[in-house]
Design a protein around this ligand. Structure first.
Ligand SMILES: Nc1ncnc2c1ncn2[C@@H]1O[C@H](COP(=O)(O)OP(=O)(O)OP(=O)(O)O)[C@@H](O)[C@H]1O
Ligand SMILES: NC(=O)c1ccc[n+]([C@@H]2O[C@H](COP(=O)(O)O)[C@@H](O)[C@H]2O)c1
Length: 276
C-alpha cells in the first residue's frame, strides 16, 4: 500500500511542459470506429520505448460510464505522477457498453466521442479504447483488463528498454474511491475477479470526497491481501465534479462551463444530450 508523501518538501512535483498547458494546435487524433468489425486497438499516443530502465512501464486504464467525461476524469488520470516508480507509457479511457444499465448513460458512441474530444487537444498520452463499449453485452472489468494486457503484452510484446530488450507493461486500473468501496456490495464483484484485478494487475485509487480509502483498505480482506499492488493517490485538492450533476445542470438549462472541456459541451449541445 503506497502512502502519500510525508512532507511537501520531499515530494517534488514535476512542472508541466508548455504543451501540457496549451491546447495542442495539431491534435493527435485517431478516432475509434462505431462498429466492432472495424475495431482497432489505439496506440497513436503509446510510448514504445522506456526512458528510464529503472522504472516500471505502466499503462493506466480508467473504466467507467463517462456520461459525460468531466475535468475530474481528466485530472484524475494526471495525478499518477506523484508515484515516482512508474513510467507511464500511456493511458486509456474505456467507457462501458450500453448494456450497463445505469441511469443517465448516453449511447456509447456519444460517450466514446466525448472522451476522444476531451483528450485529443489536451493530452499527449491519454487515448480512448472503444472495445468494451462496442460489445453488445456488459463486460466485467477483469475481462477488460485482460483485453488491455493481451493487446499490450501478448500482441505487442510490451515496451523496449534502452538495451533493446522487451519488457512487460504493468496494466493498472485507475479508480475513484467510490468505485473501490463498491467492492463490498454483495454479488457486484466476483471474488475471483478481484483477486485477478488486484493480484495480476493492480489498482491506482484516487481519493474521493466521502470515501475513506485507507479505512476501507484495512477492512476489505481481498484488498488488504493484495495491498502491495494497491496505490493510493492522495488528493491535495479535492475535485468533486460529478457526471450526475453535470447531466442535471444540462437538463435544468444551467451552465456547465469550466466543468468539462468546451469541445465536449459543444458536442452535448449539438447532439441534444441529457436534456430529458
Ligand atoms: N470526484 C471524483 N473523485 C475521484 N474519482 C472519481 C470522481 N468522480 C468519478 N470518479 C471515478 O471516475 C471513474 C469513472 O467514473 P464514472 O463516470 O463511472 O462515474 P461518475 O463520474 O461517478 O459518474 P456518475 O455521476 O454518472 O455516477 C470511476 O473510477 C470513479 O470512481
Ligand atoms: N463486476 C465488475 O467487474 C464490476 C462491478 C461494478 C462496476 N464495475 C465497473 O466499474 C465502472 C464504474 O461503474 P459505475 O459507473 O457504476 O460507478 C464501470 O466501468 C463498471 O464496468 C465493474
Amino acid at each position: 500500500m503506497e502512502h502519500p508523501p510525508k512532507t511537501l518538501e520531499e515530494d517534488v512535483l514535476p512542472s508541466p511542459t508548455t504543451t501540457e498547458l496549451e491546447e495542442l494546435d495539431d491534435p493527435i487524433v485517431k478516432l475509434q470506429p462505431s462498429k466492432m468489425e472495424d475495431y482497432f486497438f489505439p496506440v497513436h499516443k503509446l510510448k514504445t520505448r522506456l526512458e528510464d530502465d529503472k522504472k516500471e512501464p505502466v499503462v493506466i486504464v480508467a473504466c467507467g460510464s463517462f456520461s459525460p467525461i468531466t475535468y475530474l476524469h481528466l485530472q484524475m488520470a494526471k495525478d499518477y505522477i506523484l508515484d515516482t516508480n512508474f513510467e507511464i507509457m500511456g493511458g486509456y479511457y474505456s467507457p462501458v457498453s450500453d448494456d450497463y444499465t445505469k441511469e443517465g448513460l448516453a449511447p456509447s458512441h456519444h460517450r466514446v466521442r466525448m472522451c476522444e474530444l476531451a483528450v485529443e487537444r489536451t493530452s499527449q498520452w491519454l487515448m480512448v479504447d472503444a472495445w468494451e463499449s462496442l460489445k453488445e453485452e456488459y463486460t466485467r472489468t477483469a475481462i477488460v483488463m485482460d483485453h488491455f494486457n493481451k493487446e499490450l503484452n501478448d500482441n505487442r510484446g510490451g515496451v523496449m528498454t534502452s538495451d533493446g530488450k522487451k519488457r512487460k507493461i504493468k496494466v493498472i486500473l485507475l479508480a475513484g474511491g467510490d468505485l473501490i468501496e463498491s467492492f463490498k456490495i454483495p454479488r457486484l464483484w466476483l471474488d475471483d475477479d478481484l483477486h485477478h484485478i488486484l493480484g495480476d494487475y493492480g489498482v491506482l485509487i484516487v481519493e474521493r470526497t466521502g470515501a475513506d480509502v485507507f479505512g476501507f483498505l484495512l477492512s476489505h480482506d481481498i484488498l488488504y491481501q493484495h495491498r502491495k499492488n494497491v496505490y493510493v493517490i492522495k488528493q491535495l485538492i479535492y475535485n468533486d465534479i460529478s457526471s450526475t450533476k453535470v447531466r442535471l445542470f444540462i437538463k435544468r438549462g444551467m451552465s456547465v462551463k469550466y466543468l468539462l472541456p468546451n469541445s465536449v459541451i459543444k458536442y452535448i449541445h449539438e447532439n441534444n444530450l441529457y436534456t430529458t
